[in-house]
Design a binder for this molecule. Structure first.
Ligand code: IMP
Ligand code: MG
Length: 182
């Protein structure tokens, strides 16, 4: 079997940087919670699964976890803004302080849609935390409360993010070698 690492051009964010920043994000989120908060982390699948797992463990406050799966119609490397809900939350969110946990904001279209959808369900509060953001690619202005890293306009994989469903298991955020896109 070929080694996945051979497909990587370079590592953009290594494991230690991810770990340090996730700890910082957890402290920021905790500092913003009030005494009566009921925190619910909403993980956006599939890309958010690894970030969610580490972020949840970095939090020292009680919290519930739920999952949503969305897919946007478009090709494998860009989003169309038309979002389909493939898996919805298992619980009502009106008593919760919801924190959406996303892998990456590219055009912002997916998150913009998701944010509106969840706001219609009247959560106690709604905030957004994304591990990565590509500011130069944003098409809509989504009010994001916590950003792990701002990155340049490169297609990245690893730590939950895929290219054609592969590379999610890489422990770091990496840029693929151009030959992979062939
Ligand atoms: P947006 O709607 O354009 O903001 O894109 C949202 C989704 O596209 C993300 O949740 C990812 O699943 C995917 N995506 C955007 N950029 C990348 C990337 O660089 N690598 C892997 N997936 C990406
Ligand atoms: Mg994806």
């Amino acid at each position: 079997m070929r080694n996945l690492q051979n497909d990587i051009d370079y590592v953009l964010i290594d494991e230690e940087e991810l770990d340090d920043r996730i700890t910082e994000l957890a402290r920021m989120v905790e500092a913003d919670l009030d005494e009566d908060a009921h925190l619910l982390l909403v993980c956006v699948l599939k890309g958010g699964f690894m970030f969610l797992a580490d972020f949840s463990r970095a939090l020292t406050v009680p919290h519930a976890i739920d999952f949503m799966a969305v897919s946007s119609y478009g090709d494998s490397t860009s989003s169309s803004g038309v979002v389909r809900i493939n898996l919805d939350l298992k619980q009502e969110i009106n008593k919760y302080d919801v924190l959406i946990v996303e892998d990456i904001i590219d055009s912002g279209l997916t998150l913009d849609y998701l944010r509106r959808l969840l706001l219609e369900r009247n959560p106690r509060s709604l905030r957004i935390c994304t591990l990565l953001s590509k500011p130069s690619r944003h098409q809509v202005n989504v009010p994001v409360d916590y950003v792990g890293f701002e990155i340049p306009d490169e297609f990245v994989v690893g730590y939950g993010l895929d290219y054609a469903e592969m590379y999610r298991n890489l422990p770091h955020i990496a840029v693929l070698h151009p030959r992979v896109f062939g």
